[in-house]
Design a protein around this ligand. Structure first.
Ligand code: NAD
Length: 432
């Protein structure tokens, strides 16, 4: 047990660790599938856990040491794949959970990767650009032996971006003395990135949301939406939903939650963050919205669609009873704890689980990796058309499993994923 991130105005509650939550989700699906102990033993635990301390020279000449992790949960279906997070609250527990979810996510959308995740314990807003670059390069140099286009392929996550991916790629390529763009995805276009990657996570969410709305006979045109987190996943979700006629009534980020019941002008919000260091701070003073006293209340608004797009453990048994949204589209990883999940399911909320909902990012990362390896670069139209097909197919597979086994969408997503990983692990067998 540990204390989750406290949010301003909220008394932190004790909750289970993210990894314990992940194992409970795994256990629920294993029970439905009736896997044997041997099958579970082949796929459950992380294959490799790397824990390093990174010395970095700061601008003032001092040396600061940063704790960092990389977890390779599975390489059964292909190289490990997953982002790297820079955050002051990163822990090994969290990285293990995120790596496990990546294995499941890649299997749900059927891309040929295993699962991995990395993290550095740092608040990057306290670093200068030079310090951020030296820390990023040191992380990659330290882990280089375990990374590679056929071993483990990182990508962006919270507080890491395409520029950092470019530094990663350059560090690895210089070390290997050759151009190896396929070692990392989410890169800028200039260094082998893919068209469509920036909005891929949100775009994938929108495809699954459209399928969910169709299933529930709900119209996205006119539907009200609240979005927690306004970074890559959250802001692009708003950008893509507005033209569909959805009314975004609240958005939030680390500076607070901003509400406008008539609908927030999404273009104005996007321009605001672009010109205010990526933050919504001051959006209320400029008269575009009202700042909510307690940012966590955004999750409890009476909206049709709630999109958690920030961090894990946001909807817990403490606030789940007050969540009113009909659809919860999990752009973030692990935003709902297992206890909250039960409460939401009892109420009949339709949850598009993270390992399905936000898998658009890794799907386009896979397409980026394919383009890097063939050296042939696709149009955005082709990328988005593949993403569209993949996400809708995955949604239908999960919905079918949910109907067949009479289980919620989350358990169904794990069932689809675990069946795929188990089949591959058994076909490969044990090497030695
Ligand atoms: P990001 O760093 O671009 O944005 C994170 C956003 O969350 C920022 O706006 C930040 O201010 C906000 N935030 C942080 N703490 C908050 C809090 N307590 N309350 C409200 N907002 C808060 O990160 P991102 O890439 O958009 O990732 C967001 C989530 O989506 C993470 O869970 C990540 O694992 C998941 N995800 C991202 C991708 C991707 O391709 N970027 C893919 C899959 C899943």
């Amino acid at each position: 047990m540990r204390n989750p991130r406290g949010t301003k105005g909220v008394t932190p509650v004790m909750t289970m660790s993210a990894y314990e939550n992940a194992l409970r989700q795994f256990g629920a699906a294993v029970e439905v599938l009736g896997l044997t102990a041997n099958q579970v033993a082949m796929i459950k635990d992380p294959r490799k856990v790397i824990h390093v301390n990174l010395p970095v020279r700061m601008d003032d000449g001092s040396i600061q040491v940063f704790e960092a992790f990389r977890v390779q949960h599975s390489v059964a279906r292909g190289p490990a794949k997953g982002g790297i997070r820079f955050h002051q609250d990163v822990s090994l527990d969290e990285v293990k959970a995120l790596a496990f979810w990546m294995t499941m996510k890649c299997a749900v959308v059927n891309v040929p990767f295993g699962g991995g995740k990395g993290g550095v314990v740092v608040d990057p807003s306290t670093l200068s650009l030079g310090e951020l670059e030296r820390l990023s390069r040191r992380y990659f140099a330290e882990l280089a032996a375990d990374l590679g286009p056929d071993q483990d392929i990182p990508a962006p996550d919270v507080n890491t971006n395409p520029q950092i991916m470019a530094w990663f790629m350059d560090t690895y390529s210089m070390r290997e003395r050759k151009y190896i763009p396929g070692v990392v995805t989410g890169k800028p276009l200039e260094v082998g990135g893919s068209l469509g990657r920036v909005q891929a996570t949100a775009q994938g969410m929108v495809y699954t949301l459209e399928e969910a709305a169709k299933h529930l006979k709900m119209d996205l045109n006119g539907a009200s939406v609240a979005i927690q987190g306004f970074g890559n996943a959250g802001s692009n979700s708003a950008r893509l939903l507005a033209p569909k006629g959805a009314r975004v009534v609240a958005v939030s980020d680390v500076t607070g939650a901003y509400r406008n019941d008539k609908g927030i002008d999404v273009e104005t919000a996007l321009e605001w963050v672009a010109s205010h260091k990526g933050r919504l701070e001051g959006f209320d003073d400029a008269g575009h919205a009202e700042k909510m006293d307690d940012p966590m209340e955004l999750l409890e608004l009476d909206v049709d669609i709630l999109i958690p797009a920030a961090l894990e453990n946001q909807i817990t048994q403490r606030n789940a009873g007050a969540v009113k949204a009909r659809i919860i589209a999990e752009c973030a990883n692990g935003p709902v704890t297992p206890e909250a999940d039960e409460l939401l399911n009892e109420r009949g909320a339709f949850i598009i689980p993270d390992i399905l909902c936000n898998a658009g990012g890794v799907t386009v990362s896979y397409l980026e990796w394919v383009q890097n390896r063939t050296g042939y670069y696709w149009t955005e139209e082709r990328v988005l058309s593949d993403l569209d097909r993949n996400m809708r197919e995955a949604f239908r597979d999960v919905l079918q499993a949910s109907l067949d086994h009479e289980v919620p969408m989350r358990v169904a997503a794990f069932i689809v994923a675990i069946e795929r990983v188990t089949r591959t692990a058994e076909a490969r067998g044990l090497y030695a």
